[in-house]
Ligand binder design. Structure first.
Ligand SMILES: [Zn+2]
Length: 489
């Protein structure tokens, strides 16, 4: 009896000290009521995209943009022409403080590329060189192939990698985990004397589509050519090797890293009428890969970001704080535009930072980073979207959400990455299939409405989103140079 009583007491004690206060306990009733009072404005914003003059506008604008400029890789004239066009557009719709902020960006060009299996039989392999990769000599590299399932398998069979074209037939688990094969394979394989590396594309599903993306070389390794091939071909090569068939591939790549060029982050505001120097940012990236049209990655995110402001402007809604749309440049080559802004703009004046870079499919809710109180405010704002079924809310345990905005959320700025029905995102990611056919007018409308309404409410509230800035981390991140990766042991 005594023991049972003790265990019960212990349980109650652990529950008491281990649990966080609830949002009902954290948010004063008045603040909840204040947030709820925005319901009519949120409904008006949603109505405007569902049945008003803004219906289909984001889709039509994005289609015109991608049809006119196509893909927009960093360093290209396409990207700069697309930026000029966008700046003019934002000025024409009457947004304020419209300007481009100069950023030095990498200039990598793909050039001609091909991969051909020449032994045991001839077959063209669908491939794409990876960003920052060097090319092959003009005559190409013709070499025997070794296929590994994982880095671990290469380490224990390291002697087989020497003077070979190494193929990684890695298994896709999650993007975050599997992308290591794209970013590090060249350096790891070069460490063991490989001549070039081909990876199975980082995707859960493939219709023989290769998926490009960025890779980086470690210091002190030979820079070898790196490309991706399709799942089907990687699987075939693995089967052939298992039968002890000798495999030879001829790889020709003329990829080059040229001197940096100047690009621009695109900025446009609706200036706050009470606290103009305090800003809520809505953002996406305007650059893309050089394959496909960059309609999904990240044309959609960029276009809902500026159309959110266009929509607020049309409805005559001006908040107390400034709402700023930023279209980042050169995300694909390592958050280059965002890093420049992180260094130059006062972090404390950012009230909330939002991003969409996982597709503009049907919106579901928020991936959130920030402290408990700010998370409760965001959850209360989310309740204003019941009519369009936004219920998803996840608070990051590592304070990191999004891609470009992660720089800010990691140091304690509250941030929202728009969560959409993104199951198919990585089917199209960084491929020739990233076109307007992935986009849907109604889903884009809803995403625009969510960005417009969320940024408006956040920018107009009587209180700031509570920040928890880690100044030491800010200093470290601002000074951060390219950190060399550790070689595998
Ligand atoms: Zn992206």
């Amino acid at each position: 009896m005594h023991i049972i009583f003790f265990i019960c007491f212990l349980n109650i004690f652990i529950t008491f000290i281990g649990s966080e206060p609830t949002c009902d306990e954290i948010l004063p009733k008045e603040l909840k009521q204040e947030i709820q009072s925005y319901q009519a404005i949120v409904d008006r914003i949603i109505k405007e995209v569902l049945s008003g003059g803004y219906q289909n506008k984001t889709y039509d604008e994005l289609a015109l943009f991608t049809d006119t400029f196509g893909s927009r890789i960093a360093g290209s004239d396409n990207l700069e022409n697309a930026i000029d066009y966008t700046l003019k557009k934002l000025q024409n719709i009457g947004l304020e403080n419209v300007h481009g902020e100069k950023v030095d960006v990498p200039h990598w060009v793909r050039g001609f590329e091909s991969a051909e299996l020449i032994q045991p039989r001839h077959q063209k392999l669908n491939m794409l060189s990876l960003g920052y990769s060097v090319g092959t000599p003009p005559e190409g590299i013709t070499a025997e192939v070794v296929v590994f399932r994982s880095f671990e398998e290469m380490y224990v069979n390291a002697a087989y990698a020497k003077n070979k074209i190494v193929v990684f037939n890695e298994k896709y688990t999650t993007y975050g985990e599997t992308v290591e094969y794209r970013s590090k394979s060249a350096s790891y394989a070069a460490h063991y004397g490989a001549l070039a590396v081909l990876i199975a594309s980082v995707t859960p599903f493939s219709l023989d589509t290769p998926h490009t993306g960025m890779q980086s070389y470690m210091d002190n390794v030979t820079q070898i050519p790196a490309a991706c091939i399709t799942h089907a071909d990687a699987h075939m090569l693995a089967r052939m090797q298992k039968r002890k068939t000798k495999l030879v591939i001829k790889l020709i790549m003329s990829a080059q890293n040229l001197p940096n060029r100047v690009s621009r982050n695109v900025i446009a505001d609706i200036t706050g009428n009470q606290y103009p120097s305090n800003v809520v940012i809505v953002s996406g990236h305007i650059d893309s890969w050089d394959v496909g049209q960059g309609a999904m990655d990240d044309g959609g995110g960029a276009f809902i970001s500026w159309n959110a402001l266009g929509l607020l402007k049309k409805l005559g809604l001006r908040a107390r704080r400034t709402i700023r749309s930023i279209l980042w440049t050169s995300e694909e080559f390592g958050l280059i535009g965002a890093a420049a802004y992180f260094k130059s703009f006062d972090i404390k004046s950012i009230n909330l930072i939002m991003e969409s870079d996982l597709g503009t499919f049907k919106p579901l809710g928020f991936d959130f980073a920030g402290n408990l109180k700010s998370s409760c405010i965001a959850q209360e704002i989310l309740k204003l979207f019941k009519s369009i079924d936004l219920t998803y809310f996840k608070k990051s345990s590592s304070n990191s959400v999004g891609s470009d905005i992660e720089l800010w959320t990691r140091v304690g700025v509250p941030g929202i990455s728009l969560k959409t029905l993104d199951e198919k995102y990585f089917w199209f990611h960084h491929t020739n299939a990233d076109t307007m056919d992935v986009e849907n007018p109604n889903e884009l409308d809803l995403c625009t409405a969510v960005f417009a309404a969320t940024s408006y409410v956040a920018a107009d509230l009587s209180i700031n989103f509570p920040q928890q800035i880690n100044n030491t981390l800010v200093d470290i991140m601002r000074q951060k140079q390219k950190t060399p990766l550790a070689p595998p042991q």
